[in-house]
Design a protein around this ligand. Structure first.
Ligand SMILES: [Zn+2]
Length: 282
């Protein structure tokens, strides 16, 4: 059995970095990782445009480390919706300035997509917690710009959204139709429970966190989603959301219990990954 991590992070500055993570994941059968960028302050960088660009470059380097360890990988960078709130808290910031800044980060992303260095966008989307209405509007506008880039270059995009169940799924489905995107490349990240059910039902691509409780519920559905560790590689929060190798262990537990078979696991760890990220299986 081989396993894919459809959405993970790494922090070579403060955490383990891919140098330590990738070989450990390979040992348990890992074959693919989507390396998604963190915001600059996670890497001890400033929340400036330059800080975002350095962060993006770290992701490109970490992708190479994954590949050097014999795994397939794709690199993603975006503008996390929580960054809107973080930047609004800085002195002198106004909603229009934060919107303009987020759009500038998207220009940066587009430049690196165009040059072929960056493989996709992520994460962008909406806040999953209570915040000012204006902040959600800003996040929505940046997400739409990111979706346009994804459409123009036909690349995958990871969306961080509220756990809104059917409403979230319908909103994203409408955006995909409106903008003419390939649905297989739009990933509803961290979808669990009702939100995952709604995404699968509406024919959207989603990733479920590889924690046992979420997986137990997910395997009752058709194998149309993928699994993610969303590991943030933060030494202050070890194993959050889950270590990639623990995510594998949990899937094997379900196999042992007979809740899934090998064919099912191959669909979510290989077939869907090949389709969404355009990688060849080993
Ligand atoms: Zn994430």
């Amino acid at each position: 059995m081989i396993f894919a991590d459809a959405h993970t992070h790494s922090n070579p500055i403060k955490g383990k970095g891919m140098k330590a993570i990738a070989p450990k994941f390979k040992e348990v059968g890992g074959w693919y990782m989507s390396v998604v960028g963190l915001s600059p302050w996670h890497y001890s960088l400033e929340p400036t445009l330059e800080g975002y660009e350095r962060s993006l470059e770290l992701v490109l380097k970490e992708k190479k480390v994954v590949e050097e360890n014999g795994l397939k990988s794709k690199a993603f960078f975006g503008f996390h919706p929580a960054d809107v709130d973080k930047l609004m808290g800085l002195e002198g910031m106004t909603p229009d300035k934060v919107l303009e800044f987020g759009m500038n980060v998207m220009d940066l992303v587009e430049k690196r997509v165009k040059s072929g260095e960056l493989d996709g966008i992520g994460e962008v989307g909406r806040q999953h917690y209570k915040t000012m209405p204006t902040h959600i509007v800003i996040a929505n506008m940046i997400m739409d710009r990111a979706l346009e880039i994804a459409k123009d270059y036909d690349i995958p995009i990871h969306l961080h959204l509220e756990q809104g169940g059917v409403v979230t799924a319908l909103d994203i489905k409408k955006r995909i139709e409106r903008l003419g995107l390939d649905w297989k490349k739009v990933i509803i990240h961290h979808a669990r429970g009702k939100s995952l059910e709604a995404a699968v039902k509406e024919g959207l691509r989603a990733t479920v966190p590889g924690v046992l409780g979420s997986l137990e519920r997910a395997v009752k559905l058709e194998p149309k989603y993928m699994v993610e560790s969303d590991h943030i590689d933060d030494p202050k929060r070890p194993g959050v959301v889950i270590y990639p190798w623990e995510m594998v262990k949990n899937q094997l537990v379900l196999l042992e219990r007979g809740l899934v078979d090998e064919e099912y696991l191959t669909r979510i760890n290989v077939d869907n990954v090949v389709e969404t990220f355009g990688v060849e299986p080993p």
